[in-house]
Design a protein around this ligand. Structure first.
Ligand SMILES: [Zn+2]
Length: 217
């Protein structure tokens, strides 16, 4: 049963009310309006988790700021950011407002500005596979060595296979092991310390030493 003008005026004061500011008379006025205005009560309920979050912000350790509550709207953040330094001048309040400003801006532009990783330079290679096995592979030339991305079917379920990358001198360098999963598709990334320019190929070796798949690079 409150006048529209009073509602507009008090609605703008909910921010500092939620932060515990205002004279006793001002706070009593807000409370009296809240008793009769469901819209303002709902808005206050929305602001309260935010003020609890702001109070945990340590201005000396802004990088360790706690995550904002989920679902916090940009509009609410921006309003609190604008309101807080005007109503409270402590260093903590100013720092918190700065954090909220950064957070509000981040919500808006973070998605667009996020770094997009370069696609990996995958190099498809031919794989010769033994009976019952189908396999394809890509290799990735990392600075630390060659990665083999193996996709295949027909590796005996439960059997251990090891993968070696061979270098130009014929040495076989371990690149890891995997368990066969039978007819299901197996996708496995194997890493070796052989650089791409030194790598001559790779082999997939069964437990009995049989080479079941191989590739020349
Ligand atoms: Zn109201």
């Amino acid at each position: 049963m409150s006048a529209p003008g009073e509602h507009r005026r008090l609605r703008e004061q909910l921010g500092w009310y939620a932060l515990g500011h205002g004279t006793p008379e001002e706070r009593a006025g807000v409370r009296a309006h809240l008793d009769g205005c469901a819209a303002c009560r709902a808005e206050l309920a929305e602001l309260t988790p935010l003020t609890a979050w702001l109070d945990r912000v340590d201005p000396d350790r802004l990088d360790d700021r706690p995550a904002p509550p989920p679902g916090l709207g940009d509009a609410v953040l921006a309003r609190i950011a604008a309101e807080r330094p005007r109503r409270a001048s402590s260093r903590r309040a100013l720092a918190a407002a700065a954090v909220v400003g950064v957070a509000a801006a981040g919500f808006g532009i973070g998605w667009l500005a996020r770094p997009v990783p370069d696609p990996l330079p995958l190099e498809p290679v031919a794989v010769q596979a033994g009976p019952g096995i189908e396999a394809t592979a890509d290799v990735v030339p990392h600075t630390w060595g060659l990665e083999v991305r193996l996709t295949g079917e027909g590796f005996t379920a439960g059997a251990v296979y090891r993968v070696v990358v061979t270098d130009e001198d014929g040495a076989a360098v371990p690149a890891g092991q995997f368990l066969g999963v039978g007819p299901a598709e197996l996708r496995c990334n194997l890493n070796s310390s052989v650089l791409r320019e030194d790598a001559a190929g790779f082999r997939v070796v069964a437990a009995d030493g049989t080479v079941v798949a191989s590739s020349e690079l």
